[in-house]
Ligand binder design. Sequence first.
Ligand code: AP5
Ligand code: MG
Length: 188
Amino acid sequence: MKYYVLFGPPGAGKGTQAGAMVERYNLCHISTGELLRSEIAAGTELGLKAKALIDNGNLVPDQVVEDMIEAKFRGTKGVDGFLLDGFPRTLAQAEALDSMVEKHGENVTACISIMIPDSLIKTRIAHRALVEDRADDARPEVVEHRIETYHAKTEPLIQFYKAAGKYKEIDGTGTIEEVRSRIFEAMD
Ligand code: AP5
Ligand code: MG
């Protein structure tokens, strides 16, 4: 089984690129952001707790997302691996992921990191706010806070995966097709 981490700041294009990646490599796409938004839409207890954190651009507790990932690993059959979009996002989550995959006798395969500058994050998210209805995209101060949270809590994972020899950085600027070819080239 392959375990790919799809890494990158908010608006880098993780969700956009995931579809073609799962199709080409027969992977199961797990986006913790999408899973959390479904919980909110369904009005579950977890969703209610997560909503205020997400709408203000804060991370939900590590254990919450770790449990979601573990459940998906257990419940998914017939794929060659997993594409983890937006997980891990803290060092504690990265360590928890290592333990989870080790339990299955496996290792994280690679961290595919889509990189764009902060200025482009804002342009992309402002554009998405016009076509999708995400509460965390609506207010510029929340977008700013998500970017700060990314730099403070998530960016250290770059060093974590570099040290493990698993870090592949992809230039996320340019068209969707250009970024997709760079990703395929790296993964092939
Ligand atoms: P999540 O849903 O993961 O949001 P995010 O990381 O902020 O990333 P986005 O989904 O905003 O960006 P993306 O990289 O998918 O970009 P996209 O492809 O849409 O998380 C949301 C929240 O949930 C978090 O803030 C947190 O509260 C919580 N959460 C989630 N995971 C968690 C975890 N592990 N731990 C704790 N809390 C967690 O692209 C963006 C836009 O740009 C789109 O409109 C797209 O069409 C456009 N676009 C993409 N590529 C291009 C291109 N090449 N050219 C032009 N436009 C492009
Ligand atoms: Mg996304």
